[in-house]
Design a protein around this ligand. Structure first.
Ligand code: NAP
Length: 559
């Protein structure tokens, strides 16, 4: 039997955020027929969604921009050291417009299913608008934190005021003046929004279950002169980012925690506390991440700082984490967060003492009393990293569901491939280096590597790429081992797959979601795999040459 295959696209990219934008740029440059599908009404991913007051980078802005185009680097002037959401969204739009990428993107386009068709070596996608689309290669670029989750309180639908997750903060401005506002959650998002709205609302009540360690962001404007200086040394800025495990410019103090005196340690910490960004976490002694005693000493230092900043000692104690050390969970950075609790209109409710029992028509009921609110803000986090995969009916060889394969946690090769799901690429997937890195630095490596492999397939006439079972097992074992030395393995955090609002993700079931070996090691591994002819990936040739999809060229004969 002979039949001719015409996929609609050679490549479909799902997700028009930071990763998807760069991925489509690479594909367009290659002249491949490709499109981006995104469920949102416009591009930007994280920066399209999170419009809550206070949303901003905690990466230095100039390390967050794409590095692939010198012209782009020269043209874009960051205004703040840690740029805010509106500016970040403007940046991504600027990139898309500059490279004329928007015409390759389709919005309000939710992919409901993606099934691998073994006979035709195609992915068949079902879109919520009723369309069926096909592609040879499928790129999952939907981000790590794109599926917001809310608590499972009874009565949520009965509340008569406004209620929204921070990811869905309304696009039009929300009247806050004089309003009684509840914020539930004190992760990185809660900490940003609480600090920003404390002096803009009537009354603010924060519902905190567990506090997070947090330290000052120390943001500031970037002047024209400073920006001119940054422009002149982008190479020198990106070089340390490439050398550091987290992809930031911060380099750890290599003296050794125990090699210096307590006074010297405190002198370093005093300096770091006043410096901008993640220095307090990443310029610190490396033992902070692995040694319980070193971590405890540093945590006590930060606790003392919190006590200095919060007037009411009882409130200060509630804001100091007791169940984990500093940096074991992802550290939120803050701007006057602790001082917010010194205001008369800000109240802290400790849910470990008085849990929320239900949402009522007028507000929230804890085990102690009823609270009345005009607005309830859920800053309650995300079904991180695998959540977006779980929400699409993805089926590979033999109809196997990815959701079932990953029921107890993901298993991947390089965080990019899954055995049994050929031609499905995850440029920043679970267990990839990108998932635990200053994101754009990470995704550029991931996208470049995926694009390199696609080019290799097209050049050599391969139609199908699939990780071997052995390669996947090897990588997943390695990822698990990397957790074993890190204190963070014990954390109740999205890095370990914890989410109290998602069934099966509650505390106690660790999921190995990120690669902890650091970006340089990860990038070196990717390079080595490519140099070995893509070791660990079974490549299968088509019946005739699989030329890249330039319209009619992506046709092949199958017998
Ligand atoms: P998160 O870190 O998961 O924090 C969620 C918060 O909500 C936690 O305090 C959690 O308490 C609380 N919570 C969840 N369910 C609850 C419930 N049913 N009842 C009471 N409290 C509940 O989420 P996030 O703050 O959105 O941050 C997620 C990640 O996004 C960050 O780690 C960071 O990587 C990224 N982010 C980055 C920035 C930035 O500056 N660039 C800003 C915001 C977010 P428990 O801990 O007790 O579960």
């Amino acid at each position: 039997m002979t039949h001719t295959i015409h996929p609609d696209y050679e490549v479909i990219v799902i997700g028009a955020g930071v990763a998807g934008i760069y991925q489509i740029k690479c594909l367009v440059d290659l002249g491949v027929t490709a499109t981006v599908l995104d469920a949102a009404a416009d591009l930007g991913g994280t920066w399209y969604g999170n419009r809550y007051p206070g949303a901003r980078f905690d990466s230095e802005s100039y390390t967050y921009g794409y590095s692939f185009s010198q012209e782009l680097l020269n043209e874009w002037h960051w205004k703040e050291r840690f740029s805010s959401q509106p500016e970040n969204l403007r940046y991504l739009n600027y990139v898309a417009d500059k490279f004329d990428l928007r015409k390759h993107m389709q919005f309000s386009c939710r992919v409901e299913a993606a099934h691998f068709d073994e006979t035709d070596t195609l992915w068949r996608l079902q879109v919520a608008d009723g369309r069926a689309l096909t592609c040879r290669f499928l790129m999952m670029a939907f981000g790590l934190l794109s599926v917001p989750t809310v608590p499972r309180y009874p009565g949520m639908e009965t509340f008569k005021g406004r209620a929204f997750h921070t990811f869905f903060w309304p696009h039009e401005s929300v009247e806050l003046a004089g309003k009684k506002v509840a914020v539930i959650g004190t992760g990185a998002t809660g900490i940003q929004v609480i600090a920003e709205i404390a002096d803009k609302v009537g009354e603010l009540t924060v519902f905190q279950r567990r506090p997070n360690w947090s330290a000052p962001l120390n943001n500031g404007p970037i002047s024209e002169e400073e920006m001119a200086d940054i422009l002149s040394r982008y190479e020198a800025i990106f070089a340390p980012c490439a050398r550091q495990p987290g992809g930031f410019e911060h380099e750890p103090d290599r003296r050794g925690f125990y090699a210096v005196s307590r006074e010297e340690r405190v002198a370093l910490w005093d300096r770091l506390y006043d410096e901008p960004g993640f220095g307090i976490w990443l310029r610190n002694f490396r033992e902070i991440f692995t040694d319980e005693a070193a971590n405890a000493e540093f945590s006590a230092y930060i606790a003392a700082r919190i006590r200095q900043r919060v007037t009411d000692p009882a409130v200060a104690e509630k804001l100091i984490p007791q169940d984990h050390g500093f940096g074991v969970q992802r550290v939120p950075l803050e701007t006057h967060y602790f001082e917010a609790y010194n205001r008369d209109n800000v109240h802290l409710v400790d849910l470990s003492e008085t849990p929320i029992e239900r949402v009522t028509a007028t507000g929230l009921r804890t085990s102690e009393r009823d609270y009345a609110f005009d607005i309830i803000v859920y800053a309650t986090g995300f079904d991180a990293i695998t959540g977006a995969f779980d929400r699409i009916d993805i089926r590979g060889v033999g109809g196997t569901r990815l959701r079932d394969t990953w029921h107890d946690g993901p298993s991947t090769y390089l965080g990019i491939f899954v055995h049994g799901f050929p031609n499905m690429f995850m440029p920043a997937g679970p267990q990839s280096g990108s998932a635990s890195t200053n994101y754009p630095r990470g995704i550029e490596s991931g996208v470049n590597w995926c694009t390199g492999l696609l080019t290799y397939l097209w050049t050599h006439g391969y139609l199908r790429a699939e990780a071997t079972r052995e390669a996947e097992e090897g990588w997943t074992t390695h990822v698990r081992q990397m957790y074993s030395t890190m204190l963070m393995r014990k954390a109740q955090s999205w890095f370990t797959g914890y989410n109290s609002n998602v069934e099966g993700h509650e505390h106690g079931t660790i999921r190995y979601l990120v690669y902890n070996g650091g970006s340089p090691k990860y990038v070196a591994t990717l390079k080595e795999v490519a140099e070995k002819g893509y070791a660990g990936i079974a490549l299968t040739a088509g019946p005739t040459s699989a030329a890249p999809g330039h319209g009619a060229q992506d046709t092949y004969e199958q017998r």
